[in-house]
Design a protein around this ligand. Structure first.
Ligand SMILES: *Cc1c(COP(=O)(O)O)cnc(C)c1O
Length: 376
């Protein structure tokens, strides 16, 4: 038999589109002893996680829990619970994740209207208003922080348009939660989901979701059972709620990790946490400009936690990424879809959003671009 040796992964600086670096305290929490998923001690931890999630989602929604699965499981949870055959759904598509939402909405049997915008731009609220006109729309969905393009979608106006049309408003906050304000109650977001590995800085594996009372009513008054057994919120609610009925074994260790990650945000304070993301983004932007590089996402709608940087003419984008990883231990992302080969995606999410990372990354980029013979 081969001796595979002890696991010893390299210490990377994760500055891509996720996962971000995990705080040592989160890793420590994850190495604490396992208890059972119905142990009174664990039930207490579940309540605490729900309380902390309400804090970061800025909501009073009772039904706020982490779904077992990554961000995409949260996405699927939103659609599969709310959409039934033939329901009108309006989805904003301006990047990979809007595209994924639209795919899922279709799979759930929704009658889909796609509202598209160029990758890097936001979805204009007027175009949502046009799309809902004269239809009985059940759900309007957009991505708050499009990780594939770096575009920051404003939400309040679309929330109003959706509600005036009698529709629920669903938001993908996978990359935004914990990095910039996500105000469920104040903005009128009915359903929201996120992921643990972006600005929450825990490993991938859980997807925090929140449903308000209106959205819960829609689930309880469904004509047919939710087609996904695993993601059926009417059953999962009974485990996270008062009944504590077994549904599936909660990923205990991940819940420990999320608890510590949320506690770290609470300690720092949400506002300070947002401020840090903003400052580091601004510092990165300044530094990139000095190097002669520019950001791709539309000015005025640029995310703090994910920066799409245009690859200069004549530079091999994949080679630069490989050199960052090999020579500096820095991971960044490449472009997806129509942006493939055209941009780098530089994440400053959660624990990765630190001044020292910004400075080190800029230094590395300067050296590499110089080595590649590129002159600004
Ligand atoms: C990362 C991401 C997802 C998908 O999350 P996974 O954890 O990869 O399943 C969904 N939406 C957005 C905006 C994301 O950035």
């Amino acid at each position: 038999m081969t001796d595979y040796g002890e696991l010893n992964p390299p210490l990377r600086i994760l500055m891509g589109p996720g996962p971000s670096n995990v705080h040592p305290r989160v890793l420590r929490a994850m190495s604490t002893p396992l208890v059972g998923h119905l142990d009174p001690e664990f039930l207490k931890i579940m309540d605490e996680v729900q309380e902390l999630l309400r804090y970061v989602f800025q909501t009073k929604n009772q039904f706020t829990i982490p779904v077992s699965g990554t961000g995409s499981a949260g996405m699927e949870t939103g659609f599969v619970n709310l959409i039934e055959d033939g329901d009108e759904v309006v989805v904003g598509v301006n990047g990979v994740f809007g595209e994924r939402m639209s795919d899922i909405a279709g799979r759930c049997g929704g009658k889909l209207t796609r509202v598209e915008a160029e990758w890097g731009n936001i979805i204009p609220p007027e175009k949502i208003a046009e799309a809902v006109k004269g239809k009985k729309v059940k759900l309007v969905a957009v991505v708050h922080a499009e990780t594939s393009t770096g575009a920051w979608q404003p939400l309040e106006e679309i929330a109003n348009i959706s509600h005036n049309a009698g529709a629920l408003f669903l938001v993908d906050a996978v990359t935004s939660l914990g990095g910039c304000p996500v105000k469920l109650d104040e903005w009128g977001i009915d359903v929201c989901y996120s992921g643990t590995q972006k600005c929450l800085s825990a490993p991938p594996g859980l997807s925090p979701v929140s449903f308000n009372e209106r959205a819960r009513q829609v689930i309880t008054s469904r004509k047919k059972k939710v087609q996904s057994w695993y993601l059926d919120m009417s059953m999962i609610e009974k485990y996270w709620g008062k009944e504590r009925t077994y549904h599936h074994t909660a990923p205990i260790t991940m819940v420990y990790g999320l608890r510590e990650a949320l506690r770290l945000i609470q300690e720092e304070g949400l506002e300070n946490c947002f401020k840090r993301h903003e400052l580091n983004h601004k510092a990165l932007k300044k530094g990139l400009e000095k190097l002669g590089l520019s950001l791709h996402a539309h000015e005025g709608h640029r995310l703090w936690m994910l920066n799409t940087v245009r690859v200069p003419e004549g530079v091999d984008e994949a080679r630069v990424r490989k050199r960052l990883l090999d020579e500096f231990n820095i991971e960044i992302g490449g472009g997806l879809g129509v942006l493939k080969g055209k941009v780098w995606r530089v994440g400053l999410m959660g624990y990765s959003s630190r001044e020292e990372n910004v400075l080190y990354f800029l230094h590395a980029m300067e050296k590499i671009l110089d080595g590649e013979g590129w002159k600004k």
